[in-house]
Design a protein around this ligand. Structure first.
Ligand SMILES: Nc1nc2c(c(=O)[nH]1)N[C@H]1C(S)=C(S)[C@@H](COP(=O)(O)OP(=O)(O)OC[C@H]3O[C@@H](n4cnc5c(=O)[nH]c(N)nc54)[C@H](O)[C@@H]3O)O[C@H]1N2
Ligand SMILES: Nc1nc2c(c(=O)[nH]1)N[C@H]1C(S)=C(S)[C@@H](COP(=O)(O)OP(=O)(O)OC[C@H]3O[C@@H](n4cnc5c(=O)[nH]c(N)nc54)[C@H](O)[C@@H]3O)O[C@H]1N2
Ligand SMILES: [Mo]
Length: 706
């Protein structure tokens, strides 16, 4: 038996975790933690499941060509030569008739890595063979990314904090961040648990009593989804009205804080953002808001880590402006052991070569959330092109985007759709050709983590299952076939690319790197914007004022929203009084292993509901129920639990949609209940705080939606 270093390369909150694969007789036995990662950079169960996934009985092993209606799952097996020729011919025809931009790249991050990143490879292939339309933004952090450049200028992507700096924290505030399940960096969970052991207070603001609340937090503050901005304003109100804020110090590093203070205190004629005002919105008692504000003000340094969840809501932009304002107000901005309040993983990655997507200036693009609308409406709806074909690799967007029913209609409207997949996902079922893709254990690559100053290496550890091939190899052949010669592969094999990427990296000893599977840079405790915070005139930001712009006229101009951060009330929806959240679960990466009809699927998938809400609706433990709103209906079993606050229901994201004859989902697929409206100018997705109603039973009143 031998063991080799590997990593998953999943877009899972870790991105690159150090693992070891044990191999005997050419067969993978199991995956373990790689001790070279040290005590803190640790993998999770999603990595340990790699072997199970690799040998899964339902893995695709041959190319498939559709024979039945889209979505029917009717395909015939084909050889590679036939399948690739069909793709080349169909893409060629469509481009000849409608132009190159009529092909949309819908590739996502199912695989991330220096070479095998599914998104970059797909764009590169489409670009070298003629061009394509792409999407802008992402489902993950669209609202935060839309607003952070207004606050921090181009250095917004240096505003995160390395996990190791938690050892200097005197308080950790997890604002909608369920770190033990979603990680947000492979080192975060262990650092958090270590802080807990040291007796550091850990406050979790989350509508659910999560794993993190149970195992790491010292204080759980349940807050209604989508109302964090109101709670943040109330905390500011306490700090300001009790003179706990050093306005002179803040004035040196931020503009507009004094205007924000006036507005929070109601000195501008508006409603004072008191704890009593916030209580009615957030469900957090005013006394508890005061207690929290006092504890926060007294602890130095305090690290506020916002989850991505708090910006994946209506007006989600405001929350990330206010996390920065809170860290400024409490003197924790840019401090070691503190944070800027920004996306925690916004830090530069280690230098290493990566595959270029070969984008051209002015390439047509659409906001990611709007891909179904762009297909359905095209130029007549104001989109840059009329889309006739889509190319997917590493994504299950029909299931994962907003509004599954609209996504299905969009696929119906296409002339041609291709995807590379390991499994016959709902998206794959809607494609014309499905090519079997290699698993992470079949590909050599360099791993770049979500957060952390390190790189990982893995060899191609196992032979392909069936005739599965890497996206890279598929695109090499297709580009050749489509007349682009060697432009896609640049005359290099996959292994030669890895050599070239390493040569362009700062890894000093390539042999050692390949042997241990990890290279750790010397600096492991980067503090985002520390230089600026300690010397704002010596290291100014490139915002118009050179400072953090809490008030931003350019934000107001572009978005039409107020220049100051604030509470943008969405109003109540009387017909759908419950607030649905659709979080990640520890065992899964998004829709992977999300097929409930597979033995690997989530057998315990259920809607989580508070006893008071269940009683009001006559729902008992394990009862079947339907969740509904204007977007769709989902049938699902109910788990009644005190681990969720009243008025809120939770359905894990990522379960594969299974429609019945009425167009209602029978599996528990969260995006039946979302849409493509989005928030802000970037149309960032809204996947938490969705108004819904729940009724007992699988039929009866309430199933009719308008
Ligand atoms: N296990 C697992 N981890 C993952 C992933 C995965 O698929 N599986 N995906 C990764 C990816 S791509 C991303 S982008 C990140 C996303 O990371 P997040 O967006 O932060 O993850 P979520 O699970 O949606 O939400 C985190 C927590 O916020 C809570 N929450 C939901 N809405 C609100 C709200 O309005 N206010 C507050 N205060 N809390 C709220 C949820 O109950 C949950 O416990 O996760 C990464 N980590
Ligand atoms: N309701 C709701 N919806 C959400 C979210 C939410 O919180 N709630 N989260 C959103 C977020 S943050 C994200 S990032 C998206 C993620 O949505 P997607 O980007 O669609 O991610 P996955 O569901 O993981 O799908 C990745 C697919 O790639 C395949 N795959 C894996 N490796 C490879 C490979 O090497 N090559 C190829 N060709 N395929 C591969 C996997 O089998 C899988 O089907 O979902 C979003 N959707
Ligand atoms: Mo994401």
């Amino acid at each position: 038996m031998k063991s080799v270093p590997v990593f998953c390369g999943k877009d899972c909150g870790g991105g690159a975790c150090p693992l070891l694969l044990e191999i005997e007789g050419g067969r993978g036995l199991r995956v373990l933690a790689n001790p070279a990662g040290g005590h803190f950079i640790k993998a999770c169960r999603r990595g340990f499941d790699l072997v199970k996934e690799h040998y899964a009985p339902d893995r695709l092993t041959k190319p498939l060509i559709r024979t039945g209606p889209r979505g029917s799952g009717l395909f015939r097996e084909a050889g590679w030569v036939e399948a690739l020729a069909l793709i080349a011919a169909r893409l060629g025809d469509i481009r000849a008739k409608h132009g190159a931009a009529s092909v949309l790249s819908l590739a996502s991050s199912g695989c991330v890595g220096a070479l095998h990143g599914s998104q970059a490879l797909t764009k590169r292939f489409l670009n070298v063979t003629g061009g394509c339309t792409v999407f802008s933004g992402n489902y993950s952090k669209g609202a935060a990314q839309a607003v952070l450049p207004y606050l921090f200028g181009s250095r917004w992507n240096e505003s995160g904090t390395d996990a190791a700096t938690m050892k200097s924290s005197a308080m950790i505030i997890l604002w909608g961040a369920n770190l033990l399940d979603t990680r947000l960096g492979s080192e975060m969970p262990r650092r958090l648990l270590e802080a807990k052991q040291r007796g550091v207070p850990i406050i979790a603001i989350d509508p659910r009593r999560t794993t993190t609340v149970k195992h790491a937090a010292t204080w759980w503050i349940p807050c209604r989804p989508g109302t964090d901005a109101a709670l943040m304003l109330a905390v500011l109100h306490v700090l300001l009205s009790e003179s706990l804020v050093d306005l002179t110090r803040i004035g040196a590093i931020a503009t507009g804080f004094d205007s924000l203070a006036r507005s929070v205190l109601g000195q501008d004629g508006g409603t004072p953002r008191t704890p009593e005002w916030a209580e009615t919105i957030c469900g957090v008692p005013a006394a508890e808001i005061r207690r929290f504000a006092h504890a926060y003000a007294a602890a130095h340094p305090a690290m506020l880590i916002p989850g991505f969840s708090i910006q994946r809501v209506s007006a989600g932009e405001e929350t990330y402006r206010l996390t920065a304002a809170l860290q400024l107000a409490t003197g924790n901005f840019g401090a070691r052991g503190g944070s800027t309040g920004s996306l925690n993983n916004s830090l530069p990655t280690l230098r290493v070569g990566t595959m270029s997507a070969m984008m051209s200036p002015g390439q047509p693009s659409i906001p990611v959330l709007r891909w179904p609308d762009a297909i359905l409406q095209g130029t007549s709806g104001g989109y840059p092109t009329d889309i006739h074909a889509v190319y997917l690799a590493g994504g299950n967007f029909l299931n994962q985007g907003g509004g599954v029913r609209k996504s299905m209609a969009a696929f119906e409207a296409l002339d041609f759709a291709v995807c590379h997949e390991l499994f016959l996902t709902p998206t794959a079922r809607h494609c014309d050709v499905v090519l079997p893709a290699a698993s992470p254990l079949e590909k050599e690559d360099i791993g770049i983590p979500w957060l952390g100053n390190y790189l990982l290496y893995k060899p191609a550890a196992l032979p392909p299952v069936g005739s599965a091939r890497s996206d890279y190899d598929i695109y090499c052949d297709l580009s050749n076939l489509m007349g682009a010669g060697s432009e896609f592969c640049g005359g290099r094999s996959a292994a030669q690319w890895i050599d070239a990427f390493l040569a362009a990296s700062e890894v000093p000893d390539h042999e050692e790197f390949r042997r241990t599977g990890i290279y750790l840079a010397a600096e492991q405790e980067r503090v985002g914007l520390e230089d600026f915070a300690s010397d704002p005139t010596g290291h100014p930001l490139d915002t118009p004022s050179g400072k953090v712009e809490i008030e931003s006229e350019s934000y107001a101009r572009v978005t039409g929203f107020p220049a100051l951060p604030g509470w943008r009330d969405r109003g109540a929806d009387a017909r759908h009084p419950l607030s649905l959240i659709t979080p990640k679960r520890a065992e899964k990466t998004h829709s992977q292993l999300g097929d409930r009809s597979s033995p690997l699927g989530p057998a315990d998938h259920a809607l989580h509901m508070h006893p008071a809400d269940a009683a009001r609706r006559g729902i008992g433990p394990g009862d079947e129920a339907r969740i509904f709103n204007q977007n769709g209906v989902v049938h699902i079993r109910v788990t009644i639990t005190e681990d969720i606050m009243p008025g809120v229901v939770s359905l894990h994201e990522g379960v594969w949609v299974q429609l019945d004859e009425n167009g209602e989902d029978r599996a528990g697929s969260a995006n039946m209940l979302t849409d493509t409206e989005g928030t802000g100018p970037e149309r960032a997705c809204i996947m938490h705080a969705l108004p819904v109603e729940v009724a007992r039973g699988f039929s009866g009143p309430g199933t009719i939606v308008t």
